[in-house]
Design a protein around this ligand. Structure first.
Ligand code: PRP
Ligand code: MN
Ligand code: MG
Length: 182
């Protein structure tokens, strides 16, 4: 049941594709924030891999902080009502903030997070997300850096989970139907 290889249907993005794209995104971030004191905000738990691999590719000296948020309502779908499970330890006043996320699905999590962080008096707040599902958007989210636009399929790996598993896959893939069927 927990053989990750057998649970997969297909690989959507290889480790190499992800890493190459993150290298390009890091170069953009380096250029855009040159001379600034950038704070990266990772959204637990899905953003852990992106944060690690994107930040390592930056030449800027950045700070990192983390938030954990959870949607109210049903288990797997965002409701748009978000509560903070772990807040930042950093004062955002006057800071240049870049939110680091694994995926924008409905957009509800990031839409809420953007307005929450913008209310704290930062100099700027932007978003870097590895993945985006354009056809699943329920609210528009203005994303400065996007790795890949992907189809509306349930994806796992590289931080993304299904029932808290598969986050440690080094690539992004889809699950075989038997995994959902139990
Ligand atoms: C997932 C993902 C994003 C969010 C995107 O997080 O990591 O944070 O959902 O969905 P949305 O655009 O529809 O709001 P999740 O709430 O599953 O928590 P996790 O990061 O701990 O897996
Ligand atoms: Mn998440
Ligand atoms: Mg999740």
């Amino acid at each position: 049941a927990h053989d990750m290889g057998k649970d997969l249907e297909k690989v959507l993005l290889t480790q190499e594709q992800i890493e190459d794209r993150l290298t390009e995104m890091a170069a953009q971030v380096d250029a855009d924030y040159a001379g600034k004191d950038l704070l990266l905000v990772g959204v637990l738990r899905g953003a852990v891999m992106v944060m690690a691999d994107l930040s390592r590719r930056l030449h800027l000296p950045v700070q990192m902080d983390w938030m954990a948020v959870s949607s109210y309502g049903s288990g797997t779908k965002s409701s748009g009502v978000v509560r903070i499970l772990k807040d930042l330890d950093t004062d955002l006043h006057g800071r240049d903030v870049l939110i680091v996320e694994d995926i924008i699905d409905s957009g509800l999590t990031l839409s809420w997070l953007l307005s929450n962080l913008r209310s704290r008096g930062p100099a700027s707040v932007e978003i870097a997300a590895l993945l985006r599902k354009p056809e699943a958007a329920k609210v528009p989210v203005d994303v400065r850096y996007v790795g890949f636009d992907i189809p509306t399929e349930f994806v796992v790996g590289y931080g993304l989970d299904y029932a808290e598993r598969y986050r440690n896959l080094p690539f992004v893939g889809t699950l075989a139907p038997h995994v959902y069927g139990g």
